[in-house]
Design a protein around this ligand. Structure first.
Ligand SMILES: C[S@@+](CC[C@H](N)C(=O)[O-])C[C@H]1O[C@@H](n2cnc3c(N)ncnc32)[C@H](O)[C@@H]1O
Length: 278
């Protein structure tokens, strides 16, 4: 078993032969934060679906567009759950370029990802923090000392859940977790989420990708637009609704490619309370 500990500042050795979805995405984005085991799985997926990387790139730009939308909507604090590896511009750089006072908390359950994020956050950065936690444990995430220091939960928060809810099978009850964020966060909060969708692939190919990842110890569940929408529970989708990820407020009017619909995206909100009329 190849292991690494010192460079990442980890307490325990990590198995570099165990692939991770975050590093598979990084490889498909052309990043440099991946190991041989990740590349083997990514290459198998690309052999099954040659355009799979297009979807990963579309997902990555969705996250950027979603953060810009949140900034324009006045969001000043961000909670990025299932952060993964940043192959391109980190979310806190983007958010703080738009608003130097923006606060950002990253959450991931993978200790290698968390170690990488800790290296990414500059020493002395008082606006950005990292929490190692399972996003399903909502109260643990929101009551964590780092979150409490950086986020004022009485004010709106922008939750970014990029390509992570598909890591949670129905048995993990992702709907309950998504609903709990709604309950705990202030009116005016926004949720930007994306999710793998097997509809375009067809049942057989979607199952082949899930099997390929399962063999590597990674859970991924494709869900249709409707099943993804059902996960949102009380969050109210913006009028554009759940759409193929490349179609969510695209930057340009480029010709649609079918790979863009290998995943869906949505922006949803926690409605502002309208004061009662006297
Ligand atoms: C496919 S990557 C997505 C990364 C990034 N958000 C994006 O949009 O490209 C999924 C990430 O979610 C993390 N993750 C999966 N399940 C999680 C959970 N229950 N709680 C916290 N993080 C989780 C994984 O460790 C991984 O880093």
């Amino acid at each position: 078993m190849a292991t690494q500990r010192g460079a990442l500042g980890l307490d325990a050795p990590v198995d570099l032969d165990a692939p991770s979805l975050a590093r598979i995405y990084d490889y498909l984005l052309g990043g440099g934060h991946n190991f041989a085991a990740d590349r083997v799985v990514a290459d198998k997926i690309t052999a099954l679906v040659p355009g799979y990387g297009v979807f990963i790139r579309e997902n990555n730009t969705f996250r950027r567009r979603a953060v810009l939308h949140m900034l324009a909507a006045g969001i000043e604090q961000f909670l990025d759950v299932g952060t993964g590896v940043f192959s391109t511009r980190p979310l806190h750089h983007l958010a703080q370029a738009g608003n130097p006072d923006a606060h950002v908390v990253y959450v991931d359950r993978d200790p290698v990802v968390v170690a990488g994020l800790n290296l990414l956050v500059e020493q002395g950065d008082a606006r950005t923090g990292v929490v190692e936690a399972d996003l399903r444990h909502v109260d643990e995430v929101l009551d964590h000392a780092v979150t409490a220091r950086l986020l004022d939960l009485s004010r709106p928060v922008g939750v970014v859940a990029g390509a992570v809810l598909h890591c949670l099978p129905d048995a993990d009850d992702p709907t309950a977790a998504v609903a709990r964020y709604y309950e705990r966060l202030a009116p005016g909060s926004l949720l930007a989420a994306s999710h793998a969708d097997g509809t375009t692939l067809g049942l057989e190919l979607a199952a082949a990708i899930e099997d390929c990842l399962a063999e590597a110890g990674i859970t991924l569940v494709h869900r249709s637009e409707q099943r993804f929408a059902d996960l949102l529970g009380p969050w109210q989708p913006h009028p554009d609704g759940v759409v193929p990820v490349g179609w969510w407020r695209p930057d340009s009017l480029t010709a649609p490619r079918p790979e863009r619909s290998l995943g869906d995206a949505v922006m949803a909100g926690r409605r502002l309370q309208v004061p009662e009329q006297v």
